[in-house]
Ligand binder design. Structure first.
Ligand code: 5GP
Length: 219
C-alpha cells in the first residue's frame, strides 16, 4: 500500500494511512472533521455500513449506507480493505477510493475501530499511523453521548458498556491522545500527522534531493 507522491515541500513521499479510533463519544468525529478541514493533502475514507442513518447524517459523506446483501457482496468481491461488526452492524472500508487517493499522492484518514485497525496494520504496517483517543473520564464520555442526542437511552447504555472493551485495545496504537479539550486534542493529533509526514523512511525523494544539494555545493 505505497505510492510515489510529491510531499508538501516538494520532496517525494509515500502516502500514509492515518487511523483514529476511540470509544464512541470521545470526540473522534469532531477531530476527523477538523483534520480534513485544516490539513491539506488529507482525504477522509468514507466507510460503508449497514446501520441506519442518524438524523443529520448524509449518505456518501458520513457513510455509504447500504443493506446487508450489498455489504456481503462487496466483502465477497474483495472490495473492502477491512471490515468489522460493531453494535450488531457491519462496517467496512471500500478499497478503491483509498488506493486512488494514495496513488494520487494524498494521505488517507480512517475513523475505524480496533478490529479494522488490526487488519490495516497486517496489510500495510509501515504505512499505518494509528492514534487512540481517550475521554478524560467515564462521566465525560456519558455526558457527550447524551448531548449528541442522536441515540436512544438504550443505545447509549450499550455504547457505555462497549467503551471499556474498546478501550482495552489502547496499547496496540502508536499514539494516545486524551481529549480534555477539543482544541488541544486537535493540536496534538495535527502534530502527530505533521511529524509522521516528515519521517525519513517515508520520504522516498530525499536521496535525490540531498544528491542535488551536494551537487550544487560542489560546484
Ligand atoms: P458509529 O456507528 O458510531 O458511526 O460507529 C461505530 C464504530 O464503528 C466507531 O468506533 C467507528 O470508528 C467504527 N467504524 C466506522 N466505520 C468503520 C469501518 O469502516 N471499519 C471498522 N472496522 N470500523 C468502523
Amino acid at each position: 500500500m505505497t505510492s510515489g507522491d510529491h510531499g508538501l515541500d516538494g520532496v517525494e513521499r509515500r502516502g500514509l494511512m492515518f487511523v483514529l479510533s476511540s470509544p464512541s463519544g470521545a470526540g473522534k468525529t469532531t477531530l476527523s472533521r477538523l483534520l480534513i478541514d485544516r490539513m491539506p493533502g488529507l482525504k477522509m475514507s468514507v466507510s460503508a455500513t449497514t446501520r441506519p442513518m442518524r438524523p443529520g447524517e448524509v449518505d456518501g459523506r458520513d457513510y455509504h449506507f447500504i443493506d446487508k446483501a450489498r455489504f456481503d457482496e462487496m466483502s465477497k468481491r474483495n472490495e473492502l480493505l477491512e471490515s468489522a461488526t460493531v453494535f450488531d452492524n457491519r462496517y467496512g472500508t471500500p478499497r478503491a477510493p483509498v488506493e486512488a487517493a494514495l496513488s494520487a499522492g494524498q494521505d488517507v484518514l480512517f475513523d475505524i475501530d480496533w478490529q479494522g485497525t488490526q487488519q490495516l496494520r497486517e496489510k500495510a504496517r509501515d504505512d499505518v499511523v494509528s492514534v487512540f483517543i481517550l475521554p478524560p473520564s467515564a462521566a465525560d464520555l456519558e455526558k457527550r453521548l447524551h448531548s449528541r442526542a442522536q441515540d436512544s437511552d438504550d443505545v447509549i447504555r450499550g455504547r457505555m458498556d462497549r467503551a471499556s472493551h474498546e478501550m482495552s485495545h489502547w496499547a496496540e496504537y502508536d499514539y494516545i491522545v486524551i481529549n480534555h479539550d477539543i482544541d488541544e486534542a486537535f493540536a496534538e493529533v495535527q502534530s502527530i500527522l505533521k511529524a509522521e509526514r516528515l519521517k525519513r523512511e517515508r520520504r522516498t525523494g530525499l536521496t535525490t534531493f540531498v544528491r542535488k544539494l551536494q551537487h550544487q555545493l560542489e560546484k
